[in-house]
Design a protein. Structure first.
Length: 250
């Protein structure tokens, strides 16, 4: 039931419903909606029948009524689920009580003639853990004293600052579209296939964007540490980078 509810929330119908429901819960968005609706109704080319339609004029109220039906259905589902869980717990408690009663009955029978020797042998008792068992907080040393730190250069030129300030803002949406365009022709493509068809305009920074696309989507495959590869980024000065193997899947 929970999986079905989660699937419904992520479906097109569920996303549409909850988007409208957020609109109904927001006073500002309701006012914006009413203003936009009045602008539509005041259009001179609008059909008179639509202008007089009670559905358009009372759109907010109709949405509230339909939304409450959906929420009532969700509430009934939650109530039924809670009832099922309560029934399961009650059955478990009943079973435990029956076992305790059987043990008690057997113990009473053996009270006059108890068995000889050890009945139960426990080699190692479990450790008892409670909230007071945890040690008190002690701040750890964040950084040890550093000695002999070496720097490559203690200066940064104006050109370096300009290059740092002009780093591009990589958007993942265009990169996702590039991957999907490659997957239209075949079911799987590698990172090299994508880079061959869409050469990176911003060097390694854009390649990192393609790696993030693969990491964020579970249907794509990202290699482990031992499955790295070396790629070459073209440019005025070609550079070679060690990156994980990636396989994009349709």
């Amino acid at each position: 039931m929970l999986d079905a509810d989660e699937a419904l929330r992520h479906s097109e119908q569920g996303q549409s419903f909850y988007a409208f429901w957020k609109l109904l819960l927001s006073d500002q968005r309701r006012q914006q909606f009413q203003v936009a609706l009045q602008q539509v109704l005041s259009l001179p080319d609008l059909n008179d029948r639509l202008k007089d339609s009670p559905l358009l004029r009372d759109m907010i109220r109709h949405l509230q009524i339909e939304g409450e039906k959906v929420l009532d259905s969700s509430q009934r589902m939650a109530t039924n689920l809670r009832r099922v869980l309560d029934t399961t717990r009650a059955a478990d408690r009943t079973k435990v009580q029956e076992l305790i009663k059987e043990i008690h009955t057997m113990a009473v029978r053996l009270r006059a003639n108890p068995p000889q020797g050890d009945i139960l042998m426990v080699e190692e008792y479990p450790e008892i853990f409670a909230s007071m068992s945890r040690p008190l907080f002690e701040p750890k040393t964040a950084l040890n004293e550093l000695k002999g730190v070496e720097v490559a250069n203690d200066e940064m030129s104006v050109a370096d600052l300009e290059r740092l300030a002009s780093l591009p803002d990589i958007q993942l949406e265009p990169l996702i579209r590039n991957v999907e365009a490659c997957l239209e022709q075949q079911p799987t493509v590698t990172l090299e296939n994508v880079l061959d068809r869409f050469p990176p305009e911003h060097g390694m920074l854009q390649v990192l964007g393609y790696i993030m696309v693969a990491i964020r989507n579970p249907k794509h495959w990202v290699g482990q540490e031992e499955e790295y590869q070396v790629i070459t980024i073209a440019g005025p000065t070609p550079t070679r980078w060690r990156v994980p193997r990636i396989l994009y899947c349709k």
